[in-house]
Design a binder for this molecule. Structure first.
Ligand code: SF4
Ligand code: SF4
Length: 478
């Protein structure tokens, strides 16, 4: 048999911002429930993925590595360098539009379930706080018994753990920008050997510590642009966390609910006309952003589903159906017809599919190395007697992280190709400039196209086409 519910005071914490603009510190109540359990599992999987991604190798390269100093990005087997800026922009817009479609369909599910801010705060930092300091009631009771210093030892321990966690998160974050071997080397060596990197790591650690220990929900409420954007992306058919006011109002204390299951008696006694909400305040007490979802959909709601678990628990205890607060669309909550497909979503989806198709097409034509043929400056051609010679410089860039052998060869029997370094060996990220001479008998192939083929050890090849220049008919060569 479950214990009777504590009725919580809600008026003191309806939001994290007080009327005078100052911040109200929020200490949400811990809640168990089906969504809380599912979120713990999702957080564990996401933390594992976030930690593993820089370690996993695809085609010899890290799955995700943003090598900013070298202007190279490794993304799931594809390598992008400075020449691929257009492709990276295309990729960025494809991801952004996918998020727009997801928001139009699922509201802020990303915020509540998959955003790194939520994953690390709710999956790592907050559980330690609740284990060490207990609930807000525990904290108040301890302070009441022992004065304001009662929590000092626990607080010091908690902050020490938070600093360790912030250091861990900072290293995970930095591993996306510094190669894993380099990160290991930096961790093992004295900071004086790499003071700049050490200062960066300390700053990132301090930022994460401040964010997850103090700033917390304010990141979602006042910093994150995606949170602000949701107002224009969500419509009445998007999935949101909402309160069923039709069923819940007028709210009233639990004592009135005895008559809820007996409508006839209720009509006579008066209190039975109250809605299903017993105004216990648990949905507000568990909210990490301090809002009351009963006031309607709010920008501050990150769709974490804690209030659903809290209210379901209340309904279970009162033997009422669950779902007074639930995932539903605003139309569904108001009892109106629900639509999944609607013009706005169709428009977003068409734009997203078009962009993803363009990105996929561009990525398929994308190579792990770059090869460009540059004509020599100055005289475009010269003659050595019976032949006309065009001079070029072939620039080959290995965009991958590992060393590779390349082969440069002419691909046109009408021309003679002279390539002094025909099998260059390039370390990861390195480049080489190879001189290339193309010859043809005088007066025969002027204006014709010729082809060069550059291939790597794994059989990937980049064809290059260029024009052979020479004197026009009757023109002499100096
Ligand atoms: S909505 Fe549910 S959890 Fe919130 S006050 Fe009403 S009964 Fe309590
Ligand atoms: S209102 Fe509910 S879903 Fe929204 S942030 Fe608060 S607890 Fe999470």
């Amino acid at each position: 048999m479950k214990k009777s519910l504590p009725v919580l005071e809600t008026s003191w914490r309806e939001s994290s911002i007080l009327p005078d603009g100052s911040r109200k510190r929020i200490v949400p109540l811990t809640i168990d429930g089906r969504f809380a359990t599912a979120r713990k599992f999702v957080f564990a999987v996401l933390v594992a993925i976030l930690v593993a991604l820089p370690w996993v190798k695809i085609a010899g390269n890290p799955a995700v590595f943003l090598d900013i100093p070298a202007r190279r990005f490794f993304l799931f087997g594809a390598t992008f360098n400075a020449q691929d800026a257009a492709l990276v922009v295309l990729l960025f817009f494809a991801v952004a539009l996918t998020l727009v479609v997801a928001t139009s369909l699922l509201g802020r599910a990303f915020c509540g379930w998959a955003c790194p801010q939520t994953v690390f705060l709710e999956g790592l930092f907050r559980p330690f706080e609740q284990k060490i300091l207990g609930t807000i009631a525990d904290r108040k009771r301890r302070e009441g018994l022992h004065g304001p210093t009662a929590n000092r030892g626990r607080t010091i321990l908690l902050h020490a753990i938070w600093i360790v966690l912030a250091t861990f998160v900072a290293h995970v974050f930095v591993s996306y920008f510094v190669s894993i071997p380099k990160l290991f080397q930096m961790v093992r060596t004295n900071p004086s050997a790499h003071p700049e990197a050490f200062l960066w790591m300390s700053a990132v650690t301090a930022a994460f510590y401040g964010n997850f220990s103090r700033f917390r929900e304010q990141t979602c409420l006042v910093v994150c642009p995606y949170g602000r954007l949701q107002a224009v992306l969500v419509d009445d058919d998007s999935l949101v966390v909402g309160y069923d006011a039709t069923r819940g109002e007028p709210r009233g204390k639990a004592v009135a609910k005895a008559s809820h299951a007996a409508p006839d008696a209720a009509e006579e006694s008066g209190p039975a006309s109250k809605g299903a909400c017993v105004d216990c305040g648990r949905c507000v007490a568990v909210c990490p952003t301090g809002i009351d979802i009963r006031n309607g959909l709010q920008l501050d709601c990150v769709a974490c589903s804690a209030c659903i678990d809290a209210c379901d628990d209340v309904m279970d205890r009162l033997k009422q159906p669950r779902g007074l607060i639930r995932y539903d669309s605003l139309n569904g909550l108001a009892g109106r017809a629900k639509r999944v497909l609607r013009p706005r979503l169709a428009l977003y989806a068409v734009a997203t599919i078009a962009l993803i198709t363009a990105t996929t097409f561009a990525t398929r034509r994308h190579h792990s190395f770059e090869a460009n043929l540059l004509r020599n400056t100055g005289t475009p051609y010269f003659s050595d007697g019976k032949d006309v010679v065009n001079g070029f410089e072939l620039h080959v860039v290995n965009k991958g992280a590992s060393a590779t052998d390349y082969a440069v060869a002419g691909d046109d029997p009408r021309f003679t190709f002279v390539v002094p370094i025909s099998t260059p060996h390039l370390e990861g990220g390195a480049d080489v400039r190879v001189p290339v001479m193309v010859r043809a008998p005088k007066g025969t192939l002027t204006g014709e196209k010729f082809h060069l083929k550059i291939s790597n050890a794994s059989g990937e090849s980049v064809p290059i086409e260029a024009s052979f220049l020479g004197p026009a008919a009757g023109e002499s060569i100096r």
